[in-house]
Write a protein that binds this ligand. Structure first.
Ligand SMILES: C[S@@+](CC[C@H](N)C(=O)[O-])C[C@H]1O[C@@H](n2cnc3c(N)ncnc32)[C@H](O)[C@@H]1O
Length: 324
């Protein structure tokens, strides 16, 4: 598993794009025509677009870069690319998937229908195609509903991008269902409280990981997210392989790109316990569901069981995913 640090990439222009917004809106500018209509313009990797009143953070550009890179590689190897951008905001990801990854089709969805005009204006830089074979479509429904309807109609996607707030793991099952075998699932969590171990019951409910405060909470946040997806997929008889993970301090934001395939995990070695001693700083991983038996004598004999935080937790909690 790669863990990448945040870094801003330089802009790469796309001169072939129709650009209805002159260059005076260089990187981020606001133009208020009246109190009710607000236009905000941004530029990312050479693409100009509007954000309007939608939720947009330019700090997330690297996360979008990585999604686009994975999508472009997928298109190269499979010669097809259908994408569902489930929580698209102003539609910048959808636009970048269409332009940079040359997606054949993007379904851009955001529950907030106030974003519709902005999304449509942004995507209209790419010709929409015919009614029978559109390049892009915009919808405004709960992402779970869109994905479930696609699944029921057997309209599967090569890449599903879930750019959600907090630790909303309710998207996992519908997203996995609507994904083609060997497809890519790009997930997000912004729940720093859970990864920091401050809401163990919440992380347990969301991802099946009882997380306590650890000095490497950023890594734990990524593993927590991967672990939740692994568990959901395994219920459906599917296997998840992490391709990359990315932590960014703004938010904080945890992103993981997963490949989902047929076939169960070969054994339970992907489930582990992580122990950490707050006194000596020693950290240890116990692999497999037999960990409890392995850990018991260790914890009984060491100061962990009486003074360390994790000696007892090891016996009482489900595992957090440790090995990918
Ligand atoms: C983090 S923002 C998306 C940002 C966008 N992907 C980008 O890269 O700029 C999350 C978006 O999800 C939308 N949203 C929240 N709950 C949703 C749901 N259940 N289904 C679909 N969209 C939802 C919000 O309106 C918001 O625009």
């Amino acid at each position: 598993m790669w863990v990448l640090a945040s870094k801003t990439l330089s802009s790469v222009p796309f001169p072939f794009l129709y650009n209805p917004i002159p260059n005076r809106h260089s990187s981020s500018s606001k133009l208020k025509l009246n109190s009710s209509v607000k236009f905000e313009y941004e530029t990312e990797r050479g693409l100009d677009f509007e954000t309007g009143e939608s939720f947009f953070r330019h700090e997330s550009a690297t996360g979008r870069d990585l999604g686009v890179l994975a999508a472009a590689l997928y298109k190269k190897s499979k010669a097809r690319l259908r994408i569902l951008d489930g929580l698209c905001g102003c539609g910048i990801r959808s636009l970048r998937y269409l332009v940079e990854a040359e997606a054949d089709f993007v379904l851009a969805n955001d529950a907030n229908d106030d974003c519709r005009d902005v999304i449509c204006r942004n995507l209209s830089k790419v010709p929409r195609g015919s009614d029978d074979e559109p390049r892009w479509t915009v919808t405004h429904t709960d992402a779970n509903r869109v994905m479930t309807e696609c699944y029921l109609q057997r309209e599967f996607f090569d890449l599903i991008d879930i750019d959600s707030f907090g630790s909303d793991s309710s998207f996992l099952r519908p997203a996995i269902n609507a994904l083609r075998f060997d497809g890519l699932l790009y997930l997000t969590s912004t729940d720093g409280y859970s990864s920091g171990g401050h809401r163990p019951h919440h992380s347990l409910a969301a991802y099946g990981a009882y997380v306590r405060p650890l000095p490497y909470s950023n890594e734990i946040g990524l593993r927590m997210l991967i672990g939740g997806a692994v568990r959901e997929a395994s219920v459906l008889g599917l296997r998840v392989v992490p391709l990359f993970s990315y932590y960014s301090y703004h938010g904080p934001v945890f992103r993981v790109m997963l490949r989902v395939n047929r076939g169960k995990l070969s054994d339970n070695s992907h489930y582990s316990f992580v122990s950490y001693c707050h006194q000596c700083g020693n950290s240890q991983t116990f692999h497999g569901m037999n960990s409890v038996r392995l850990v018991a004598p260790v914890a009984m004999q060491s100061p962990l069981s009486s003074r360390g935080r994790f000696g007892q937790d090891l016996f009482t909690t489900p595992p957090i995913l440790q090995k990918c």
